[in-house]
Design a protein. Structure first.
Length: 125
């Protein structure tokens, strides 16, 4: 490996183009120095940070507004609605000896069923 590196170095020295003086070297040097100074400056400028904070605050306010509108449109109507959480839709049976009576009260609905056989607590599966 070392031998091939030395060979490559010899070939480059033998066949390399002789360096010429760069015309307008001061101009190129000034351009390079300007670019180096620009790269050394901080990436985030104070105006960009203020813009970022403003955008984050506005995005947060927009999200909270959407959440409030969804809450007001979907949840509040169900909380304000008078009535019951459960409603008996059908309470009739095919067996005439069983009667089902719906008794609506102020905050509860009772489904009263008469005529069913008694089932002990341990047997109800």
């Amino acid at each position: 490996m070392k031998h091939s590196d030395e060979q490559l170095g010899d070939l480059l020295r033998r066949y390399a183009v002789v360096e010429k003086e760069i015309p307008h070297a001061d101009f190129f040097n000034a351009q390079l120095m300007r670019q180096i100074r620009a790269e050394m400056e901080p990436v985030v400028k104070p105006a960009a940070v203020a813009w970022l904070w403003r955008r984050l605050i506005l995005s947060g306010l927009a999200g909270i507004s959407v959440a409030a509108l969804l809450f007001a449109g979907l949840v509040l109507p169900s909380l304000r609605r008078p009535g019951y959480y459960a409603e008996v839709i059908y309470a009739k049976t095919d067996n005439p000896s069983i009667t089902a009576v719906v008794v609506p009260k102020e905050e509860i609905t009772v489904l009263w069923i008469d005529g069913l056989d008694y089932i002990p607590v341990g047997k109800a599966n």
